[in-house]
Each structure stands twice: as structure tokens, then as C-alpha cells.
Design a protein around this ligand. Sequence first.
Ligand SMILES: NC(=O)C[C@H](N)C(=O)O
Length: 307
Amino acid sequence: MRVIVHGGAGGAPDDPEPRQAVLDEAAARGADAASPLDAVESAVGVLESDPRFNAGVGGAVQSDGVVRTDAGVMTSDREVGAACSMPGVEHAASVARVVHAETPHIFVSGEHAVDLADEFGVDTGVDLRTDEKRERYETEDPPRGGPREHLDWLATRFGSGDDQAGEGSEGERSEGDDGKHGAPDHDTVGAVATDGESFAAVTSTGGRSFALAGRVGDVPQVGSGFFCTEAGGASATGAGEDIARVMLSRRAVDYLDDGLDAQAAADRAIDEFEAITGSGAGVIVLGDEGAGSAFNTEGMQTSVAEE
Ligand SMILES: NC(=O)C[C@H](N)C(=O)O
């Protein structure tokens, strides 16, 4: 099995070495798996359980103080499973896999996705907020009213580019901050795997900090946060609203289909993403001949493993 994983595109992390060690462990776990689908689920499962990453435990807090997780998975045969807006679900990728395997649908949301998780043995009711995230939210004078009050509150916070766990938000995005630098809440996780015959791709996230309660980004949207065909697979990370506008993962896999190698496909997709949106993102790509990755933010850590 060959596996590539990413730990999100955004600002340069304060602790790159321990994060890299977890990414290496995740990739190695995936490489040991029996199928590409097992590989991406188990690799991402390692990252969802580590609060350094914005997925599962340690996911971004929405405007009502709740962490809601999203994930999507796709295989070479174009079977898709996605689940979103799930409070208390650490392993969102496993719920996406349940949707993929057990339902005639491609996407299940909210409380019904949580019920589905419960029914198929994925843990629910998990406290996903770390102490750090809880304290940070409380110091941001959380909104109490309805959606309008929440929108007023997040207007000066969402996408501010300085909302990394452990750093205080200073409010508005500073002048000249285009979202490509200092946008460290982009530490979503993803994996793509192949056994030489077929591929699977998965992406899992807690979303973006200071988003409106119920907001869903690119991650569980097929073609945006993840995509997979017989040519290969891709997983994206970054400013989800902008990724969805250009369907970044689909774009990268299309270039594999056109005959580009994985690195060239990733580079071209990110170049186009930047030209169209001016925003920040990263993508990992795995094709027949190997893995590639590209990002236009300060950093995106990846790891590749093969068994
Ligand atoms: N952390 C991320 O990469 C954010 C994710 N793409 C989202 O918008 O939900």
C-alpha cells in the first residue's frame, strides 16, 4: 500500500517536529492496511485523535461554542460517502465510510449523521473541545442571540488569519493579509492511498474557527475537499469557501486523467486556485506513478509511506 497524508495548509506550525511524527505514524498505519479504504480511514483516524490537528478532538469551535466535524471519502469506482455538521463525533471519516458502505446515499448531515454513527458503532458524545479552545472561545465574548448576532460577532473574526489554537485572535484580518499567510486554522487532515489496483481518498475536519454555527465547508463536498477516480485521488485543505468555488480536488484529479503526474497535477491545481481566488490552500495527490503535493500557504506538512 502507498499512502500520502497531510496535516493541513496554513501558517507554519509552532511544533513541526511532533506534528510530523504523528503524520509519519498515520502514513505508516495506513500503509499497513488491507485495502485503500482501510488505509485512508486508519491513517486519518490517527490524526483525528490528536488535538494538534483541526479534525476530531481539537476541531475548530463554531459561533455557538460547539465543534462540529465533517468528512468525505471516495473510491476509484466513484462511490462516495460524506457526513457533516456532527457534534461529538471524533472519527468523522469513519461516519463518511458508513455512508459509503451502508447507505444508498452520498451525504448525511447533522443529528441524523450522528444517529447513523451511533447505529454503526462509531463513537458519539465525545468532548471534542480542548481546554485551549474552550478558554479561547470564552475570551472572545461569545454571542448569545440568534444568527444575526452570531454573524455580527464573526464578521471581525472569521478568516481573520490569526486564529490558530494557542494564539489569541486580534480581530480583523490585518491589511494585506490575503489568507495565504497566517491562516493557521487550515489544519484539516486527509489521506490518499493505493494498493496498485485502486485508490481511496478521504478528508476530515473541524471546519474553520469562528464560523457560523452549522457552517459546512469544502471538506465533505465531493470534488471540493476530496475526489477519486481510476486515475488517482486528491485531498484538499485551506479556505473551504474558496476551495469549493474551484472544486480543487476534482481539478487536481482531472489533471491526472489528462496524463500529468501527481506533482504536476497538484502544482497546476494550486496555481489555478490562487489565480482564481487569491486565497490559500493545499492539496495532496496520488496517481499511478506516485504522490505529489502543493500549497500556497506558509506551510503544509505531509508524509508518504509504502509497504
Ligand atoms: N482546516 C481546513 O482546511 C478548513 C477546511 N477546508 C474548511 O473550510 O472547513
